[in-house]
Ligand binder design. Structure first.
Ligand code: ATP
Ligand code: MG
Length: 564
């Protein structure tokens, strides 16, 4: 388990930072930022960026700011701001008093734009969005200059001020950088960097009707905050010349933009637009549905911050795009919970077992180990009585060869308890379904060992019927049936109809009566489970975080995965 802020594996970005420190660049300071746009909840891909930005700052005695990139009022909401604050904190990172908003800089951004106009580096353009697109050219053909490109500085200053004052219709004019319509890089072909848009901003309300575009707002915000290393994902590589152009033209503090590969995960989507679609169309219960790859979904599912940080360390930071197997994320949570989660016994699909030779009103308190991986976790007492539940699938009337669990006439061990032998099978007469088993127990095997060295081939988990608590358990599978659901345009088509299975008559060890939302357990033989906020007093709801079976380790053994 690594603490937030502890040393992570080396990578090319850390090499650059180390080199800069050696050369006393930026006076030996390191300042990074995590810049989410508050237009959705954070996901596991953001976690990679968070761990990188906060991690690099922490490792080199620097600081990392949290900055909301809130320049597009039509899609942004304070609900998202709150969730982002909660999620970054939960992951274990802190920005002290350095929480900023790009909207804090609107006035400064405006003044810098005026300066660019004065320097004849920007102009007001009256082309429509469609026309601008047509004038832009293609990858193989140069663009065409706007007829408004030659406006005088005075006229541009006047028009830009009037844009701000609300004299013009939405979309009727833009402010564009005067760069080069023939540039090989389309981003440099006189990009628009202010647009007129009347929508209420979540912080500045209606005080602005012009809003700066990302490429302009981002580099200037970085500069204002004296960011030394502006780490962003690869899709911004082609935007770097523009990032540099604005800062050079304004002649202000100039951070270095460095791009790294985004995280892609199999069997999930990471685009906020697609995640929003899942929420809006009701394919999931919300942003924090335990099947979502959001931080809040993973938290509700039972993931720990440590497991997510370890995952981010393991996947590393590289310059080339790649897709990580979901099994690695599961491996990380299993590894963490194996050490920390208390073992308990729970029966998901109960089958009643009556121990015919056990006294009617007797209750035996048996000692059970809380976590064999952690000697300090100690032991607890679990009640044993005449009527028990075992898992339905642990019994078979006519067992095939490899089935070693309970069957008529067969003896098995009940974990921490006794050997029992099945003597009778009671069926529902109309359906033929097995509804109850009669067994005998061997009092000599208390604790689960037989004094005569007799062996059994299976150990089952169980609960005492009179003591168990009723619970609901939600089992999850991958939300998508396709390894890369993002590639198609019809997302709902790839949704796994069996991504959630709700079991409503589960029987849980009585000690869990007081478990509270967020508590995590290993249900012996079944997996890791976490108490859901939907729980009500006396009726807990559990989410299965992950099964016990470790597909990642298996794949690795089989040589099917290359070491990351
Ligand atoms: P949008 O599609 O809305 O632009 P985005 O995923 O880029 O979404 P931002 O809020 O702009 O979302 O992201 C904040 C930061 O997180 C950015 O620096 C972005 O590069 C980084 N980030 C986003 N997705 C990933 C990802 N999958 N892997 C690594 N970093 C990511
Ligand atoms: Mg973005």
């Amino acid at each position: 388990m690594s603490d937030a802020g502890s040393k992570s594996p080396s990578n090319f970005i850390k090499h650059i930072v180390e080199e800069d420190l050696k050369n006393k660049k930026n006076n030996g300071k390191v300042q990074t930022r995590f810049p989410p746009e508050p237009n959705g909840y954070l996901h596991i891909g953001h976690a990679k960026s968070i761990c990188l930005n906060f991690g690099v700052a922490a490792e080199y005695n620097g600081l990392c700011n949290l900055r909301f990139d809130d320049t597009n009022p039509s899609k942004e909401e304070s609900e998202y701001v709150h969730s982002i604050i909660e999620d970054v904190h939960w992951l274990g990172f802190d920005w002290a008093d350095r929480m900023f908003y790009a909207s804090d800089y609107f006035e400064q951004l405006y003044q810098y734009a005026v300066q660019l106009i004065k320097n004849n580096r920007a102009y007001v353009c009256d082309l429509t969005a469609d026309e601008i697109r047509k004038y832009r050219g293609t990858l193989t053909e140069p663009g065409k200059e706007s007829p408004f490109r030659t406006r005088s500085v005075e006229e541009n200053l006047d028009l830009f001020e009037r844009m701000r004052n609300g004299e013009f219709e939405d979309g009727s004019r833009t402010l564009r950088a005067k760069i080069d319509m023939a540039s090989g890089n389309i981003n440099m072909r006189d990009p628009v960097f202010y647009r007129i848009q009347r929508s209420t901003h979540h912080r500045t309300g209606d005080s602005w009707c012009i809003y700066p575009m990302y490429d302009y707002a981002h580099c200037v915000s970085d500069s204002i905050e004296k960011i030394t290393h502006s780490l962003c994902t690869l899709e911004f590589e082609d935007h770097r010349p523009l990032y540099d152009w604005f800062l050079d033209e304004l002649n202000v503090f100039h951070p270095q933009q460095i791009e790294f590969a985004r995280l892609n995960l199999t069997y999930t989507v990471m685009s906020k637009r697609k995640l929003l679609q899942l929420v809006k169309e009701g394919h999931v219960s919300g942003w924090d549905d335990p099947r979502m790859p959001t931080i809040s979904g993973l938290r509700r599912r039972g993931y720990t911050p440590e497991s997510i940080r370890n995952f981010c360390d393991r996947i590393g930071v590289a310059k080339a795009d790649s897709t990580v197997d979901m099994a690695l994320l599961e491996y990380c949570i299993r590894e963490d919970l194996n050490k920390s989660a208390l073992r308990v016994m729970s029966v998901l699909n109960p089958l009643k077992v009556v121990i015919t030779n056990y006294p009617e009103d007797e209750v035996d308190e048996l000692e059970a180990v809380n976590n064999p991986e952690d000697p300090d976790a100690g032991t607890r007492r679990v009640p044993f009585s005449k009527v028990l539940y075992i898992e339905k699938e642990d019994f078979m009337q006519d067992p095939p060869k490899k089935f070693f669990r309970l069957a008529p006439g067969r003896e098995v061990r009940l974990r921490y308890a006794y050997f029992i032998t099945c003597t009778d099978v009671i069926k529902d007469e109309s359906t033929g379904e097995v509804v109850e088993l009669h067994c005998t127990y061997d009092p000599e095997t208390r604790g689960g060992d037989s004094p005569d060295g007799r062996k059994v081939k299976a150990t089952l988990h169980w609960v005492s019927a009179g003591h168990a608590i009723d619970a609901e358990v939600r089992l999850y599978n991958s939300l998508f049936t396709a390894e890369n659901p993002e590639s198609g345009d019809d997302l709902p088509r790839y949704i796994n109809p069996e991504s959630q299975q709700v079991l409503t008559s589960c029987k849980i060890e009585p000690g869990l009566a007081d478990a509270s939302p967020g508590n995590r357990f290993q249900f012996e033989r079944l997996g890791y489970f976490c108490v859901d906020p939907d729980s009500s007093p006396g009726r807990p709801v559990f989410n299965r975080t992950v099964t016990l079976r470790d597909t990642w380790a298996k794949l690795q053994k089989a040589g099917k995965l290359t070491q990351l």
